[in-house]
Design a protein around this ligand. Structure first.
Ligand code: AMP
Length: 220
């Protein structure tokens, strides 16, 4: 069983790596950001509660996301593991995750920390465009779609997320530093943190991640 967390600042490449890793390990990628955006798009009561927080780059309340993750992890496709992308985002969520997993007699096996300097994060986030339907990620300069405005994978529209505008990006990076970054020490102390250099080609970073997972699994 592989229960994994992808940790990293906004723009570090969690979503992109999650797609590769989910295929390689045959486990679902669970992106709390994608689930929340889908709820906002479909105007659900959960989406209405979350929208204000998301628009200003703040974290949605723990109660909302924790319940969401509890429901998702209980689904049959998570029986052999899962890849959490964007959760936990603070200490309270990390503790809630541990409690929910322990009730299921499971535990986190690996925390993959994708590390990217702030300057590069800014460059990536300001140029990021995503598909409205399948969440595939592009960059206006470094990885543009083949046809302007159209997703290569599903043909739907690609757009700039509201929270990828400059003011909101600054707030999201601050929230990351204050709330999420402390999780690195938390998971390092538990022996679960695998630091990965997030600069380089997508596939070579995926290789570094699988090597780190293999090394850690050999040592355990
Ligand atoms: P992301 O797509 O992971 O960058 O998330 C986009 C936004 O969704 C964040 O800025 C938060 O407002 C919200 N969000 C996603 N995951 C969480 C989480 N685990 N806890 C609180 N808010 C979250």
């Amino acid at each position: 069983m592989s229960d994994m967390i992808l940790l990293g600042a906004p723009g570090a490449g969690k979503g992109t790596q999650g797609v590769n890793l989910s295929k390689l390990y045959s486990i679902p990628q669970i992106s709390t950001g994608d689930i929340l955006r889908e709820n906002v798009r479909n105007k659900t009561p959960l989406g209405a509660k979350a929208k204000g927080f998301m628009d200003r780059g703040a974290l949605v309340t723990d109660e909302i996301v924790v319940d969401m993750v509890i429901d998702r992890i209980a689904k049959p496709d998570c029986a052999n593991g899962f890849m959490l992308d964007g959760f936990p985002r603070n200490m309270a969520q990390a503790e809630a995750l541990e409690a929910m997993l322990s009730k299921m007699e499971r535990e986190i096996d690996h925390v993959i920390g994708i590390e990217v300097p702030n300057k590069e994060l800014l460059r990536r986030l300001t140029g990021r465009r995503v598909c409205r339907k399948c969440s595939a990620s592009y960059h206006v300069i470094f990885s543009p779609p083949l046809n302007i405005g159209m997703c290569d994978k599903c043909g739907d529209e690609i757009y700039q997320r509201d929270d990828d505008k400059e003011d909101t990006i600054a707030e999201r990076l601050k929230v990351y530093e204050e709330e999420t970054h402390p999780l690195i020490s938390y998971y390092t102390e538990k022996g679960l943190y695998r630091a990965i250099d997030g600069i380089g080609g997508v596939d070579s970073i995926t290789d570094s991640i699988t090597e780190a997972i293999d090394r850690a699994s050999d040592n355990s």
